[in-house]
Write a protein that binds this ligand. Structure first.
Ligand code: G16
Length: 550
């Protein structure tokens, strides 16, 4: 029987010791905190990734070193399962336990318990592929991760500096190589080729759209976006902005998808770039989110967020299934979270089945798998479209009876290739949106007019311990602290079209407050009043009470 290589683990673990009094948590998208605190976590994630691969019969596991939308001093790490999806939930608990083992001895005990309880066959080889974004703390953290992989003797492949969605793609491509489910060539180049050739076929014969401005958040999207632009040639002209990946402090700073979504305004750096009517979009730091926007003739800013993307894409997919003669055979459904704008939920649920799940791509992804074609988007621009295996089979074997049906079927097949079905992908989603706009001859104005957003406001409240906030009903109601939800209900009742909820963030050390109402000033006021309630509940310093509008 093969045993854990305890001596190798001990020797390397001693170089990555966990400080006392720090607690790590595998949250919404893995471990996320200050990059300077993550060294011991990285080592342990390396060991864990190797064990996960052994457990899954030597399938390749992915590790992504990124803190996505967070500010530059933060970093993070998440594990990717063999089909390119997020780590199975039960292993999140194992990851948290292993990360918090206080000493090397305790770590070895925790690993031995895990191997025993999960019956992991240690004689199996371990295969891991990893990548990082452009954060300055990335190289040192990758070195710690490599120590963890080395301790278990894993066969490790470094995919370098690339986007999170490319890493997800690589994991699935590696694990399906040479099978009937082959996902594409297992390189970044293979990813770019797959997406761009599907896009070119989708827009063939359509008038070229005017150039698209992409705010790359000064992150890795600038690198991969540049390569994508070359692959696209003249099928779509990309104008990359915010590409300063080497400027300290620039990442996600006053730019990027999170800035645009939360501030609901143009990144100041684009003020001199964007012309009225021109389409633009923002990626986030690792290019897994996408938010569109444009300025109208009066210079007024208009945002097209994840909800608007879902509405645009779902309508197109439904239209194509009808035109292909597949109506009734393929059911399209939508998955949203509590952050979905009330306007979008009303619009979509009048047309299609809509499900609401807790925040986090992993929750949306699993819910979307229950539909034949599942369109899932968080309002923050994180999402994708999933085609079930049966739907893919139908699309490949279906015999159209008219030329119109045949054309629609070809478009659907191309959509399955332009879309990164492993995870939300800013660049892939951008090609998807551009293809739909080209087909519909829509500018941002027509797209925006699908439905009207209710005014809304998102506020962060810093609290000493966010773990006291617990929710139910897909995070729409608080169960703890006791009594707070009743106060919230009472407040919300006073606002026309009012809706608000409170939840602890899984990626930042804050509690998030969302509010919407029929009128802008009321949405703002409601958000800040609810934030005030949260603040008082935890006994916050009255001098620092959230008070922007009160
Ligand atoms: C991550 C998750 C998203 C989630 C976001 C915010 O995004 O992948 O699903 O919406 O965090 O989560 P929370 O409100 O719990 O902090 P990203 O782009 O940072 O990876």
């Amino acid at each position: 029987m093969t045993l854990l290589p305890v001596d190798a683990i001990r020797a390397l673990a001693d170089q990555h010791q966990k400080p006392a009094n720090v607690l790590f948590q595998y949250g919404t998208a893995g471990f996320r905190t200050l990059g300077s605190a993550l060294d011991p976590v990285m080592f342990r994630v390396g060991v864990l990734a190797a064990l996960r691969s052994k457990k899954l019969d030597s399938k390749t596991i992915g590790v992504m070193v990124t803190a996505s939308h967070n500010p530059e001093p933060d970093n993070g790490v998440k594990l990717v399962d063999p089909r390119g999806e997020m780590l199975e939930a039960s292993w999140e608990t194992h990851a948290t336990n292993v990360a918090n083992a206080p000493t090397t001895d305790a770590l070895i005990d925790a690993l031995e318990t895990l191997v025993k309880n999960l019956k992991i066959d240690l004689s199996k080889p371990a295969k891991v592929v990893y990548a990082r974004d452009t954060r300055p703390s990335g190289p040192a953290l990758v070195a710690s991760l490599e120590d963890g992989l080395k301790a278990l003797g894993a066969d490790a492949r470094n995919a370098g500096v690339t986007t999170t969605p490319v890493l997800h793609y690589l994991v699935r491509a590696i694990n399906t190589k040479g099978t009937k489910d082959s996902y594409g060539d297992d390189t970044e180049e293979g990813y770019l080729e797959k997406l761009s050739s599907a896009f070119k076929q989708l827009v063939a014969g359509k008038p070229a759209l005017p150039p698209l401005v992409i705010d790359c958040a000064n992150g890795v999207g600038a690198i991969v976006g540049q390569k994508l632009a070359r692959h696209l040639g003249n099928s779509l002209e990309l104008q990359l902005a915010n590409t300063a990946i080497d400027t300290l402090g620039a990442l996600n700073n006053a730019c990027g998808a999170d800035f645009v979504k939360t501030q609901q305004k143009l990144p100041p750096s684009l003020a001199s770039v964007l012309t009225p009517g021109q389409r633009a979009c923002s990626l986030d730091g690792d290019a897994d989110r996408l938010i569109y926007f444009y300025l109208d003739d009066h210079g007024q800013f208009h945002m097209l967020d994840g909800d608007k993307i879902a509405a645009l894409v779902a309508a197109f997919v439904v239209e194509l299934t009808k035109s292909a003669g597949l109506e009734g055979k393929i059911q399209v459904g939508i998955v949203q979270t509590a952050y979905a704008n009330g306007g979008s939920t009303k619009y979509l649920s009048e047309r299609l089945p809509v499900k609401c799940v807790p925040t986090g791509v992993k929750h949306l992804h699993h819910a979307a798998e229950h539909y034949d074609i599942g369109v899932y988007f968080e309002a923050n621009g994180h999402g994708t479209v999933l085609f079930s295996p049966e739907t893919l089979e139908t699309l490949s074997t279906y015999q159209p009876s008219t030329p119109a049906q045949s054309t629609a079927l070809t478009h659907l097949r191309n959509l399955t290739n332009v879309i990164n079905q492993t995870v939300g992908d800013g660049l892939s989603d951008m090609l998807l949106v551009e293809a739909v706009l080209a087909h519909k001859s829509y500018s941002g104005v027509e797209w925006n007019s699908l439905y009207v957003d209710l005014p809304n406001r998102l506020v962060k409240v810093v609290v000493p311990d966010r773990s006291i906030f617990k929710t139910e009903d897909a995070e729409r109601r608080l169960v703890s602290p006791p009594g707070l939800q009743a106060k919230l209900d009472e407040l919300v009742r006073r606002y026309e079209g009012g809706r608000s909820f409170v939840r602890p963030s899984g990626t930042e050390d804050v509690v998030r407050v969302y509010a919407e109402a029929t009128v802008r000033s009321q949405a703002d006021e409601l958000a800040f009043r609810v934030a005030g309630l949260v603040y008082d509940e935890v006994g916050g310093d009255p001098a620092k009470r959230p008070s922007e509008f009160l």
